[in-house]
Design a protein around this ligand. Sequence first.
Ligand code: UT7
Length: 349
Amino acid sequence: MVRSRIAGTGKYVPANIVTNKDLLKYMDTSDEWIQERTGIQERHYAHRTEETTTTMGVEAARIAIERAGLTPQDIDFIVFATLSPDYYFPGCGVLLQRAMKMKEIGALDVRNQCSGFMYALSVADQFIKTGMYKNILVVGAEKHSFGLDFSTRGRNVSVIFGDGAGAVVLQPTTNENQGILSTHLHSDGANAEILAMYNPGTHANHWTEQKLADFDEAEMGEMFFSHAMIDKAQVYPNMDGPAVFKVAVEKFPAVIREALETNHLATTDLSLLIPHQANLRISQFVQKKLQLRDDQVYNNIQQYGNTTAASIPIALCEAWEMGKIKEGDLVCLAAFGSGFTWASALLKW
Ligand code: UT7
């Protein structure tokens, strides 16, 4: 039986470290509030002009490809997950293909926010299992610092997010004791708007019926993008934090249990759980609920904040570099976020 295995991992975080205290320059917040509610001490912000989501993805990809013993020309498919792309379109996948001088291979962009890397990994896993591709590059990268409301109005969101990128190379293996055992993807769009960036977009929710009746052709362009959207902070991520928290702590353990039960395994079999780094309090809640020991869960949100699609591959790479993941280990990756979407993957290293 063919499975996919992770043949190489890489990560890149920008050099610029921004502490909680640094954020006081922009908004009314405090180191105490941020640490108490989220566990975050600092995060990294990309260089304003010289770094983009793609350039960070490229740095992480270079390392993952080299560790897999490959060159960029060996990659035969790209899956790139991000919610903060360089352009509205085209996606970052083709920009990475260009930057890394890869062959004219397929490049797929995934828009599943915090679950983005898990969805990307699952898609790549299917392509490997069917024999379609042999060396797939899966990237998660974000440049959040460019698109946050740094006024006090946006503090519940802006203090949480950080920039960075992570990548893995997937390859086929016939080794029975290695590879991705299963992936599990879920969504429930009922609450799509409680963690969302509304504009620019095609929904026109902000245009009332009265306004549409008075529609002036000259305003055509403003339906997509207008000063009012900026004034109302609709061009930034909006989140009802407590409502998201409530669902996250229910779905995280459920999707981890689902992965274990599918493979007839128990939480005691887990070598390491790498949860998406949304909030240290969420990770701690999940750990407690699943009765996992401290050494069974890896968290690094303290140093990086929430890097959305990049958080799992950054943590996976870092845990591996620290020697916390060894051959034969049972590793679970799990995520929950905007959509809502949530997902897990269980793998033998
Ligand atoms: O990764 C994607 C998925 N996202 C998540 O899983 C996030 C889930 N939610 C959370 O992690 C938490 O809800 C937050 C960390 C976002 C917020 O923590 P909270 O304990 O739920 O705070 P809250 O939003 O209920 O706000 C409590 C108070 C409010 O003040 P009042 O109304 O009680 O006077 C906020 O205005 O804290 C205030 N507040 C802040 N104060 C200082 C909100 N943000 C800040 C801030 N600094 N940065």
